[in-house]
Design a protein around this ligand. Sequence first.
Ligand SMILES: [Fe+2]
Length: 280
Amino acid sequence: MARRARSSGAAVAFAAAAAVAGCTGWSFLLPGASSQQGSRREALGAGLLGALAAGAQVAEAYELPPLGYAYDALEPSIDKATMEFHHDKHHNTYLTNINKALKDKEEPSILDLQKGAIKAGNAVRNNGGGFYNHNMFWTEMAPTGTGGKPSGALAAAIDKAFGSFDDMKAKFEAAGAPGARFGSGWVWLVVTKDKGLAITSTPNQDNPLMDGVEGTPGIPILGCDVWEHAYYLKYQFKRPDYIKAWWNVVNWPVVGQWYDGALQGKAPTTKGSETASFAL
Ligand SMILES: [Fe+2]
């Protein structure tokens, strides 16, 4: 259970003391300080106050990963404005809220958090799920024309499970259509406990790693966000058109690596294409 340090209480205390020292003339409290002229003291005090403010900003343990490509790199499948809002606002809100929900509590890796998220209650379920799902979403996409198609073991498994790649896409699109997934949610390609492939969908920000999830549990290797915020600016009510266009920006080499990992009982960590052990 990894926990990245939130802001150090000692560092904050030091910065506070230093700021006071800088402002009051008690500069002897500062390492290396001697008799100070006013201008230097003010500069020092300002710098330490800045450090104090910066310390407050690094208090969160999970962090928003940058996109690995430009906001407009997925055009025309996904427009630039949607990517800006989706990543910088929606995803960032899940991040802020999961950090708030876990404030002063033990904070596991974002992957480990998923298993018990439903039992943990709505704050962890919705925001921890939302943070994990979107990290995966950005990683499994690639600039238009660069994502290739399924190959190797993954391509063979898709043919075996669904008949062909086209049949798999049709089944996936059907699972994400408003009639099948009413309201907000995700569609997933998962590796099940028996190492087979399955398509499933989940409501809201649930995912197939969560104990007690609706649908088929499994290790997700591909997920499509079918919340309106993912497509409405460009596609309005035409969610099926969005899913069809989305295939053009799937990063199949990454999905293939996640498939290989899932066969060994490992799930995406959302740190690039890395995986880590996960007991379904
Ligand atoms: Fe989303």
